[in-house]
Design a protein around this ligand. Structure first.
Ligand code: F6R
Length: 537
C-alpha cells in the first residue's frame, strides 16, 4: 500500500475524483487508450484508468443526451468496464452532485436528514441514518442537493425502495469496551438469544424457519446438503457438517466458495445448497451461489446483514440477527452461525430419525446456550492473565477433535489475523502424522479437551506434547480431572450438549486471541491487510 495508490483518485485534468471498491479486469487496455489521448497516471491502480476514462468521455461529448453531462460520462464509461465496482464520483463542474454505481461490489445509499451517504456496508452509515437503498448490480445513482434518481446502464428509471436498517447507533458504538471485537465477544449471549428467537416450533420439538421458502415436504426430498463459504464462515460450515451428519444422518459436503466456483464438482440431484456469509457481500461466496443456481439448485443463505446481495440473490434463507459486527475478526457472527447450524441439524434430524422427545431435549439444550456462554465469559480475567504470559510466543498449535476440530481451525485463524502470530489448527490425532515435529518449548499448544467420547484420546495427545517439552493450554469441562502435570494452563467451560459445545468452546479461543493481540498493542479491529467484507476475488 502506498499513498499514490490510495483513494480517492483524480483524473489528470483535475475534473473528477473517484473512490472505487472492486477490480477492473480490462484496465490495461483502458489505460493504454486514455494514455493515448494524453491522460497521465500517478498510481499503479485500475481506478485511475477508470477516472481518466470518465474525464475523456466528459471532454469528448460536451452535449449530454439525458440532460446531465456528468452522469452521462460515468454511464458511458461503465459500458466499457469488465470487472467489479462500487464507485462514487465527484466532478468539479457539478458541485453538490455525486454519481455512484455498482456491479459486483456492494453499494448502499443512506437517505439521511438533509443528506445522502454512500457506503459499502450499513455499519458505516447507521450512525447517521437507518433509511437505506440497497443498490442493485448495474444501477447508477445520481445525487443532487435536493434528491436522488436511480437509473440502469441503459437509462431505464428505477423506482427506489427505501429499507429500514434494524440496527441502531448504540449498536455501532464501542461503549466502555476497548475494541469492537471485545464488545462483540461479550455480546454473544444476546446474539444467540436473537438467533434463536421465534425459531422453535410451537410444540418445542423442532426448529421453525420463516424464510426458507421450502415446504417440509420439499425438504423431505433433499438427500444431501452442500455448504459453501469463506474464512470463519467456512469453519461454521464444518461444524454444520458435523452436527447435521451426527443428528440428521444426511451427507453434507463443505467447500470453500472460492474453490467450488471453479472445480465443477459432481453434485447429487437432490442437493440443497447453503451459503454462509456474515456480510452477505463476499464475492467468492456470491459467485458460488450463482454457480449453484446456474446448475439449477436451490440455494439458502445464512447471512447476518439483512438486504445484502447474497441474502437477496438466494432462494430463501435464515438471518442471523447478530447485530452489526464491526471488528474485522468475526466472533458473534460465527457463534450465531453455529447456532443456526445446530437448528438446521435439528430441523432435518426431526424429519428423519430424531424422535419427538429427542427433539424436545435438543431444544432445551439449545435454549441454554446463551447462559452457558455467559458462564464461559466469566473466565475472561483468567484468560487475560494467561494471554500476558503467552503473548511473546511466535507459533501456536490449536488442537481439537470432532466438532471442535473446526473450532481449533477458527482459534488459529483468530490468533493469526489479529495478533500476526503464526498458528495452525489440526485434528489432535493428526499431530503424529507430521505437525508434532513443530513441538518444542517455543511452540505452545491450545487443546480442546472437553468431557466426552474422545476425552481420553485427547489426553493422550496432550501427553505426546508434554513429552516433547511443549507448553499446553487446555480448554476442558468444569470438574473434568486432567492427569497431574499435563496442563500448564487450564481454562474451563461449563458442561453442555454436543450441539452447543462448539459455541461454548469458541469463547476461550476468542478471548485468548483477543487478549494476546491487545497485549501486543495490535490494531485489533482493523488488522493489517484485511477488510471486513472481501468483495474482490
Ligand atoms: C475472519 C473473518 C473472515 C470472514 C470471511 C467471510 O475473522 O471474519 O475469514 O469470515 O471473509 O466473510 P463473510 O462471512 O462476510 O462472507
Amino acid at each position: 500500500m502506498t499513498d499514490a495508490n490510495a483513494h480517492p483518485h483524480v483524473s489528470s485534468d483535475g475534473r473528477f475524483a473517484i473512490v472505487h471498491n472492486g477490480v477492473i479486469e480490462n484496465f490495461a487496455g483502458m489505460k493504454k487508450f486514455v494514455a493515448g489521448k494524453g491522460y497521465t497516471f500517478t498510481s499503479e491502480t485500475d481506478t485511475e484508468a477508470l477516472v481518466n476514462l470518465i474525464a475523456y468521455h466528459y471532454e469528448k461529448e460536451p452535449a449530454a443526451k439525458n440532460g446531465n453531462r456528468f452522469l452521462d460520462s460515468v454511464r458511458k464509461t461503465l459500458l466499457h468496464v469488465d470487472g467489479t465496482y462500487g464507485i462514487a464520483v465527484l466532478c468539479t463542474e457539478s458541485p453538490g452532485e455525486m454519481v455512484a454505481a455498482r456491479k459486483g461490489s456492494p453499494l448502499i445509499l443512506g437517505v439521511g436528514d438533509g443528506e445522502f451517504i454512500l457506503a459499502s456496508d450499513v455499519s458505516a452509515l447507521v450512525s447517521r441514518t437507518q433509511n437505506v437503498v440497497y443498490l442493485k448490480d448495474g444501477e447508477i445513482v445520481h445525487i443532487t442537493p435536493t434528491g436522488f434518481t436511480i437509473t440502469t446502464a441503459d437509462m431505464a428509471d428505477v423506482a427506489p425502495v427505501i429499507d429500514r436498517i434494524n440496527w441502531t447507533i448504540e449498536d455501532a458504538d464501542m461503549g466502555t469496551f476497548s475494541h469492537f471485537m471485545e464488545k462483540e465477544i461479550f455480546e454473544q449471549p444476546a446474539a444467540l438469544e436473537n438467533a434463536m428467537r421465534g425459531r422453535f416450533s410451537e410444540d418445542q420439538s423442532t426448529a421453525n424457519f420463516g424464510g426458507l421458502n421450502l415446504t417440509p415436504s420439499d425438504f423431505r426430498q433433499i438427500e444431501r446438503l452442500q455448504f459453501c463459504a469463506c474464512g470463519t464462515a467456512w469453519h461454521a460450515c464444518l461444524v454444520a457438517e458435523h452436527l447435521i451428519e451426527r443428528f440428521a444422518r444426511i451427507p453434507v459436503e463443505v467447500d470453500y466458495a472460492s474453490e467450488f466456483r471453479y472445480r465443477n464438482a459432481p453434485l447429487h440431484r437432490n442437493t440443497l445448497f447453503f451459503v454462509v456469509s456474515q456480510s452477505g457481500e463476499t464475492l467468492d461466496t456470491r459467485e458460488a451461489l450463482r454457480e449453484a443456481k446456474r446448475k439449477g439448485y436451490k440455494v439458502m443463505a445464512i447471512c447476518n446483514v439483512v438486504g445484502s446481495t447474497i441474502a437477496r440473490e438466494s432462494d430463501g434463507g435464515i438471518y442471523q440477527h447478530a447485530g452489526p459486527e464491526i471488528g474485522v475478526a468475526s466472533t458473534k457472527a460465527f457463534t450465531s452461525q453455529l447456532l443456526i447450524a445446530a437448528l438446521v441439524a435439528l430441523y432435518v434430524g426431526r424429519m428423519r430419525d430424531m424422535s419427538f422427545s429427542g427433539g424436545t431435549q435438543y431444544v432445551e439444550a439449545l435454549k441454554k446456550a446463551p447462559d452457558l456462554v455467559r458462564k464461559a465469559l466469566e473466565q475472561a480475567p483468567r484468560i487475560k492473565d494467561i494471554a500476558k504470559r503467552y503473548a511473546h510466543y511466535q507459533d501456536f498449535l490449536f488442537l481439537g477433535r470432532l466438532s471442535l476440530f473446526p473450532i481449533a481451525l477458527e482459534g488459529a485463524l483468530k490468533l493469526k489475523e489479529i495478533s500476526y502470530i503464526h498458528a495452525e489448527g489440526y485434528p489432535a490425532a493428526e499431530m503424529k502424522h507430521g505437525p508434532i515435529a513443530l513441538v518444542s518449548e517455543k511452540c505452545p499448544s491450545v487443546f480442546f479437551a472437553p468431557k466426552g467420547e474422545v476425552f481420553s484420546k485427547v489426553v493422550s495427545s496432550i501427553q505426546e506434547i508434554k513429552a516433547r517439552k511443549g507448553k499446553t493450554i487446555v480448554i476442558t469441562t468444569e470438574g473434568c480431572e486432567l492427569p497431574a502435570g499435563l496442563a500448564d494452563e487450564v481454562i474451563t467451560i461449563p458442561e453442555c450438549h454436543e450441539a452447543v459445545l462448539p459455541i461454548v468452546a469458541s469463547i476461550p479461543a476468542q478471548l485468548l486471541s483477543y487478549y494476546i493481540a491487545a497485549e501486543l498493542g495490535r490494531d485489533v479491529d482493523k488488522p493489517r491487510n484485511l477488510a471486513k467484507s472481501v468483495t474482490v476475488e
